[in-house]
Design a protein around this ligand. Structure first.
Ligand code: SF4
Length: 364
């Protein structure tokens, strides 16, 4: 049975759960709820408006079929399920695609408000992205050779994978392509030993390895078993995402599996996890594990989509958390570095309360 929770109840329940979790931290107007030192830099783009995400939904965005070697109940959309897939050998990035990216990014750079636009290169999809390495390789070459210099900043490149094909050969290819982060979804393989072994290899070669897996109630026990394992492996960040409902097919499969489903409407319809994410965070805090955990709930997606348009941060230029600013400024390419003085720029953009009120009024 599907029960729709009014947003008032969804917010109230979320806030009550958060209030009971001592040790929970917040950044970015409360949308970023996490524990640990800081979330992955790959998450920053969801929370500040001076970020631009150049994201691909493989294979549909590149004219290829969506193929995955898994078939998770909660998968967003139907896709081909095959154990093997190869990108056609003649596949090439089209000039029209590159032109669009250049045009778009130049326009984005012009909208900059904090002297430092940070771009993110993201490869995901209703598929297993590692099936599409020849596509990724070509785009990453273009991003590193052309887009990084164009933007003046080394973009943060991240790829999502269910981890089953993340063997040494593929890890080294990702490293050579200049990936900053790999996000691994162990839930897809029911937390298989093979995926944990691959994670162990990945942490040796990729600067940031994050586990991103949903707060899917049937995985509860496996999620708790995972916590000490990823600590031992050396994973830096854990992203627990609530399940976003994208399609009727997905919802039907979920209801068949779990029976009762509670949904609330954020930017997407979201499946409430009954407090599973807070329970996981509590366990991580109690056991003193070193990785951060972010609660990627529906309000995060709401925030992300709001920030792509108007936001008070655009109005107040430069009010991002200082450690996030530093990360972006540290990724400025050398030729631009002299132009940048992050302390000065944040000083310059500091407003008095009266300024803020009048700015908000002007922009209301
Ligand atoms: S691994 Fe990802 S793309 Fe593949 S079935 Fe699961 S959720 Fe879908």
């Amino acid at each position: 049975m599907i029960r729709i929770i009014p947003i008032q109840t969804a917010y109230k329940t979320k806030i009550e759960r958060q209030e009971k979790l001592s040790g929970l931290k917040f950044k970015c107007h409360g949308s970023c709820a996490f524990i640990g030192e800081d979330v992955s830099p790959g998450c920053y783009e969801c929370f500040h408006s001076d970020a631009y995400c150049c994201g691909f939904m493989l294979g549909r965005d590149v004219g290829l079929p969506d193929v995955c070697n898994k078939n998770c109940v909660y998968c967003f959309k139907p896709h081909l399920v095959q154990q093997n897939y190869a990108v056609p050998s003649g596949w090439r990035v089209q000039d029209v695609g590159k032109d669009a990216a250049r045009k778009f990014l130049i326009a984005e750079k012009d909208k900059i408000t904090t002297h430092c636009k940070m771009q993110y290169y993201q490869f995901t999809g209703f598929c297993e992205p590692l099936f599409y390495l020849p596509v990724i390789e070509q785009w990453m070459r273009f991003f590193r050779e052309e887009i990084d210099p164009l933007m003046g900043t080394k973009g943060w490149a991240k790829i999502y994978t269910n981890g089953t094909l993340l063997h040494l050969d593929n890890i080294l290819k990702l490293k050579d392509m200049g990936f900053d982060e790999v996000r691994i979804h162990p839930g897809a393989s029911n937390f298989s030993k093979e995926v944990y072994d691959n994670m162990r290899l990945a942490v040796k070669h990729i600067p940031t390895v994050t586990v991103e897996t949903p707060s899917w109630p049937p995985h509860r026990n496996k999620l708790f078993e995972m916590l000490p394992i990823i600590e031992d492996i050396g994973v830096k960040h854990l992203d627990i995402c609530q399940i976003e409902i994208y399609s009727a097919e997905q919802l039907e499969k979920i209801v068949k599996t779990v029976g009762d489903v509670e949904l609330y409407q954020a930017f997407y319809p979201m499946m409430d996890d009954g407090g599973l994410v807070e329970d996981i965070m509590r366990e991580v805090l109690d056991k003193g594990y070193s990785y951060s955990v972010i609660d990627c709930n529906g309000f995060v997606k709401q925030s992300k989509n709001a920030l792509t348009g108007n936001s008070y941060w655009s109005v107040l230029a430069g009010k991002y958390p200082p450690e996030w600013e530093k990360q972006r400024h540290d990724r400025r390419l050398k030729c631009d570095r002299n132009e940048i003085n992050p302390e000065k720029s944040s000083e310059e953009s500091r407003y008095s309360v009266d300024d803020i009120v009048s700015l908000l009024k002007e922009n209301a």
